[in-house]
Design a protein around this ligand. Structure first.
Ligand code: ATP
Ligand code: MG
Length: 371
């Protein structure tokens, strides 16, 4: 049971004359038992932030507290990684190839000099929890990707950590096992009430596991909130793209409507300042193609079906406004539609996103933006 508090945390890497500010003055609190998800582009400081929390890096500045105890301060790791009650799972899992699954999981307990019979009970218990009981005698090369990944998680959990740090734990798994791996981690996190930080490129990982999430850009959290809030109300177009598929289309503002060729998107509850041009953000799953109207959706106009592809239980349909075939809009559909035919584009009213031409949301008040 641990809460994590980070104050003005920075990490600067120096290489010759160049400096990289990998983590830039982050202050954040993750409450006890919360799963906190971290999204962000490659090279923007996610792993460095986790390594600082783990005590594997010294801060260049700032403090880290576990509950109210200082664990890191400027230029000093106060409490060593193995004394922090943390467990970390990396992207590559790093299993010992010449040890069986049993020995891989048992390793941290052996290092802690736990008595043999206790180790055996503990390993069996965790193996049961993670569905590994039948493969305990195998070597890593005899395992499937999912089993290897579960072994890495078992090894992390066997010491009953208070904090779990996951760095892209699912990125080596194929789509099918990913889903069950997420469900399993989410279940364990909730059952054990483990304070968890999970980093991923894939927003679906974050949405499946995290109660709270943050987006790191250039070493800073630029938006923090419930995952659904970040998905539905991203502060800018970069965050919008990081959190899922989105169509970003230039539109002219005429009498509180965003006009894209023949499509007319009403912006009733949106206060526009002097914008004459905006970027409209429409997620494929917030739209429907249909000739009949639907509750909570607005019919924005006639479109032509240009391309239909199928993937993961859903059809991706590319449509264009009938007056401008150069504009592509991707819409999710449960049914295939015939290329070359016409239909109407319905948009969920409360999911329309409007950004200024620089890509900043017109909804987000400046004071809400974490700089
Ligand atoms: N030990 C190091 N020495 C020098 N620079 C480093 C070191 N570790 C990280 N960096 C730099 O710090 C920045 C942040 O790296 P980090 O690994 O934290 O990014 P990330 O967000 O985890 O990226 P990815 O999504 O690709 O894993 C990068 O510019 C990286 O090159
Ligand atoms: Mg990384």
């Amino acid at each position: 049971m641990t809460s994590i508090k980070v104050e003005n945390l920075s990490k600067i890497f120096k290489k010759g004359k160049t400096e990289v500010k990998a983590v830039d003055n982050i202050s954040i609190r993750v409450n006890d038992g919360i799963a906190f998800g971290i999204l962000g582009p490659s090279g923007h400081g996610k792993t460095t932030f986790l390594r600082l929390i783990a005590g594997l890096e010294e801060p260049s500045n700032g403090y880290i507290y576990f509950d109210d105890e200082i664990v890191s301060e400027p230029h000093r790791v106060v409490v060593d990684p193995d004394k922090r009650g943390i467990a970390m799972v990396f992207q590559n899992w790093a299993l010992y190839p010449n040890m069986t699954v049993f020995d891989n999981i048992a390793f941290p307990l052996k290092m802690a000099k736990m008595p043999k019979n206790k180790i055996e009970n503990k390993v069996k218990e965790v193996a049961e929890e993670l569905g590994l009981a039948s493969v305990l005698n195998r070597y890593p090369k005899e395992l499937s990707g999912g089993q290897m990944q579960r072994t890495a998680i078992a090894r992390a959990l066997v010491k009953d950590p208070k904090v779990l740090l996951l760095d892209e734990p699912f990125s080596n798994l194929d789509a099918q096992i990913r889903e069950s791996a997420r469900a399993l981690v989410s279940k364990i996190q909730k059952e054990r009430k483990l304070t968890t930080l999970i980093v991923s490129h894939d927003p679906a990982d974050i949405f499946a596991i995290a109660n709270q999430a943050g987006v790191i850009i250039h070493g800073k959290f630029v938006q923090i909130g419930a995952p659904v809030e970040i998905y539905d109300k991203p502060y800018n177009t970069l965050i919008a793209r990081l959190t899922g598929d989105i169509n970003l289309i230039r539109a002219k503002i005429i009498e509180n409507n965003a006009i894209i060729s023949n499509l007319k998107i009403p912006l009733k509850n949106i206060e526009l300042k002097d914008q004459t041009e905006v970027l409209v953000g429409l997620r494929p799953d917030d739209m429907v193609l249909s000739d009949s109207n639907l509750d909570r959706y607005v019919n924005v106009g006639k479109v032509k079906i240009k391309l239909v592809s199928y993937g993961a239980g859903i059809f991706k349909i590319i449509v264009s406004p009938i007056d401008d075939e150069n504009i592509d809009i991707i819409v999710d559909s449960e049914e295939p539609l015939e290329v070359g035919t016409y239909t109407h584009l319905l948009v969920k009213i409360n999911k329309i996103k409007i950004f200024d031409i620089n890509g900043d949301s017109v909804f987000a008040k400046k004071s809400e933006i974490i700089k």
